[in-house]
Ligand binder design. Structure first.
Ligand SMILES: [Zn+2]
Length: 149
């Protein structure tokens, strides 16, 4: 693995852990050159899931893209990278249970929101505002009220 700090190609694995769902392995690595530590994830190759976008075009399900979106929403929030991985894994697993191999982006968005809602309200609202593209403020407020109770 390429070190994200110094780009050196050699490292040693300090710790490997299988996720609870058994679908990914998390590895803690130490760069042999600069000695810094980083984490990598390996995933079980599964059937390609197609994501149907709002405009009807299809793309391969890309967990990195979802991860990026969630990470953005969780910026400066007390949500760990492990927690984010857990969310994505749960979603990937749920999608695999589907009979067909297509899923709408809005469905994925909702699945992420459902989970963020329970973890961090700020991250939830951030994510929701991007994903739902709130048409107006009242809609957004309604969404806010859901967790403000
Ligand atoms: Zn390094």
């Amino acid at each position: 693995m390429k070190c994200p700090f110094c780009s050196h190609m050699d490292d040693k694995v300090i710790d490997s852990r299988m996720s609870a769902e058994g679908m990914s392995i998390r590895r803690r690595r130490e760069c042999l050159k600069c000695g810094k530590r980083f984490t990598t994830y390996e995933y079980v190759e599964d059937t390609p899931m197609m994501v149907v976008k709002r405009n009807g075009t299809r793309k391969r399900f890309d967990r990195e893209k979802i991860k990026e979106g969630i990470m953005k929403a969780c910026e400066k929030r007390p949500v760990s990278l492990d927690k984010i991985e857990e969310i994505i894994e749960e979603i990937a697993k749920e999608l695999q249970k589907k009979a067909d191999q297509e899923v709408k982006t809005t469905r994925i968005g909702t699945m992420v929101m459902e989970r963020l809602y329970e973890i961090d309200e700020v991250a939830y609202v951030r994510f929701a505002s991007v994903y739902r593209r709130f048409k107006d403020v009242s809609h957004f407020r309604k969404e806010l009220e859901k967790f403000l109770g």
